[in-house]
Design a protein around this ligand. Structure first.
Ligand code: HEC
Length: 504
């Protein structure tokens, strides 16, 4: 049987011990912890043996786990084509990757190509007929796509333009529904506020050419994943609960999205509990908030979700979905960081671990983003932290398989060599400008203040210039995209990375 080998091993154990020591002595805050490991994984260790892997990642009884693809930094959303190729969106790289189906049965894509590039932070994608729909942060477009050959032709045609992408949740998720209409979910600009752009924090529906826009549901803070239940066509969406109300409130949500409903944000959290910062809903006489169909644990950050179909799964999965929990940032100890399955039972929706082990007491080795069921019935999971795609299959995978092991390459976000512009740069001047930008954009509100700030201390030991500039170009929510020029991103990077006394 093919094995999933992860390049961790002894080194990580040693490092985890080291960090544990630092934590215990209070030298680093716990909020630094999940991020810190990222670089430490840049230390190459011996490949883990099967026993270590089995200990690290868990799947339910009867399922097998394999590393399907690696070396896909910041892989986000997934969509299978009719031919079984897998499309992967990468907002950070501005491209869509195409992973050729595993025709030779070695457990990995036969090839990998950049299908479309030069996009503005693409996240959502779907296919209808011979169109590939792509949601960039500020528009939806479509391009001719031939699934048989896995190629695009012509230019991207605009479908919906003029979307706003400022603030905390800039990504856009799209799906074509069973009613052959285009659905769009877009998150809020802020943690908790009244939106100026009434389309933010809603679910919208359009005709396939982008005409007849309609807001079908409001009060959805950040519904990054949604799908239709195959047994009754009901639309369900994940939603990320607000931050800054402590570790254990409010729950993240799974909502049953019905036309005309209001899902509470920003005036109510969880089971319609009034928000302490917002006061009474001014429209309370006109609308009643709909409570979630299911509550995920607070700050778990559910992103992609997919209903499962087919007879190949055990009976408990007959009415089920999987959801990727990206993991917490606004929490004193990390939580989430796994894929869960949701089971519709007579007693309600039951949540169970499906693919877990990415968080072992704060030692983070992956962050699940999206889930998709392949034509082979297996469940594929993207991980934007390890830059990997996993395949979870029930029973015999059916693929003939070779004994070729794949080792998950270690991830380093440090520069292999310093960027060329650094050589002639006036570093003191750039650092000063960077400091002014840091203050102007109030980076400290999230990075130094509040209960669980994401500390940037010791940043130069884990990120290089390229990685800091990438982060500023396509940040992880809730960090907003700032209107920075490339020169300004460099100045901020210099301020954060260069020189003792700044942010060391
Ligand atoms: C609204 C809150 C918020 C603001 C404002 C904000 N950030 Fe962030 N930032 C975050 C969060 C949250 C993360 C971690 C996201 C994650 O990995 O889940 C982050 C991550 C980062 C990282 C990567 C840290 C690492 O160790 O990987 C850098 C660098 C960074 N921010 C720089 C900045 C700069 C510079 C500014 C101001 C121009 C800024 N941030 C403003 C919330 C914020």
């Amino acid at each position: 049987m093919r094995k999933l080998l992860i390049g961790l091993g002894v080194v990580v154990v040693l490092i985890a011990g080291l960090i544990g020591g630092l934590l215990a002595t209070g030298q680093i805050g716990t909020s630094t912890f999940p991020i810190l490991l990222n670089t430490l994984f840049g230390v190459s260790g011996p490949a883990a043996d099967d026993a270590t892997v089995r200990q690290r990642y868990q799947v339910p009884e009867g399922f097998t786990l394999e590393l399907y693809a690696a070396d896909l930094p910041r892989a986000r959303f997934l969509r299978f084509t009719a031919a079984g190729d897998l499309l992967v969106s990468r907002p950070g790289a501005g491209d869509i990757q195409l992973l050729r189906r595993d025709a030779d049965g070695d457990g990995h894509p036969d090839a990998r190509e950049t299908l479309v590039s030069g996009l503005k932070k693409p996240l959502g994608l779907d296919i209808h007929g011979d169109w590939l729909y792509i949601a960039e942060s500020n528009r939806i477009g479509r391009i001719r796509f031939d699934s048989a050959s896995g190629t695009v032709s012509g230019d991207i045609q605009p479908v919906v333009e003029g979307l706003t992408d400022d603030g905390n949740h800039w990504s856009k998720t799209i799906r074509i529904g069973p009613d052959r209409k285009l659905y769009l979910a877009q998150g809020s600009t802020c943690n908790v506020c009244e939106e100026e752009d009434q389309r933010r924090a809603t679910m919208m529906r359009f005709e396939l050419d982008g005409s007849d826009p309609e807001i079908i549901a409001t009060g959805l803070r950040n519904s990054v994943g949604f799908d239709w239940a195959p047994w009754n066509g009901a639309l369900y969406a994940t939603d990320n609960g607000r931050d800054m109300l402590g570790d254990d409130f409010p729950p993240c949500e799974l909502n049953l999205v019905e036309t005309g409903r209001f899902y509470g944000w920003p005036y109510y959290n969880g089971d319609n509990i009034p928000d302490p910062d917002m006061g009474a809903d001014p429209l309370a006489s006109e609308r009643t908030p709909t409570p979630p169909a299911h509550g995920f644990r607070p700050h778990n950050a559910p992103l992609g979700m997919a209903f499962l179909t087919g007879d190949a799964l055990p009976p408990a999965f007959r009415r089920s979905a999987v959801a990727a929990l990206h993991g917490s940032w606004n929490r004193s100890t990390p939580d989430g960081y796994k894929v869960v399955s949701l089971h519709w039972t007579a007693a309600g929706i039951e949540e169970r671990d499906f693919l877990s082990g990415f968080n072992r007491d704060g030692d983070i080795s992956g962050r699940p983003v999206d889930v998709a069921q392949g034509p082979d019935g297996a469940i594929y999971v993207s991980d934007d932290y390890a830059g990997a795609i996993y395949r979870v299959a029930y029973g015999d995978t059916g693929a003939s398989g070779s004994d070729q092991d794949m080792v998950l390459p270690t991830v380093s976000r440090l520069d292999k060599q310093p960027p060329a512009w650094l050589a002639d740069a006036d570093l003191p001047r750039m650092a000063e400008s960077g400091r002014a930008l840091y203050q102007r954009y109030q980076c400290q509100t999230c990075h130094e203040q509040g209960d669980n700030p994401v500390s940037l201390d010791g940043l130069s030991q884990r990120l290089g210039y390229r990685a800091v500039i990438d982060t500023l170009e396509a940040p992880q929510s809730p960090m907003p995209v700032f209107p920075l020029s490339e020169a300004e991103r460099r100045e901020l990077a210099v301020f954060l990375l260069w020189q003792p006394g700044h942010k060391q």
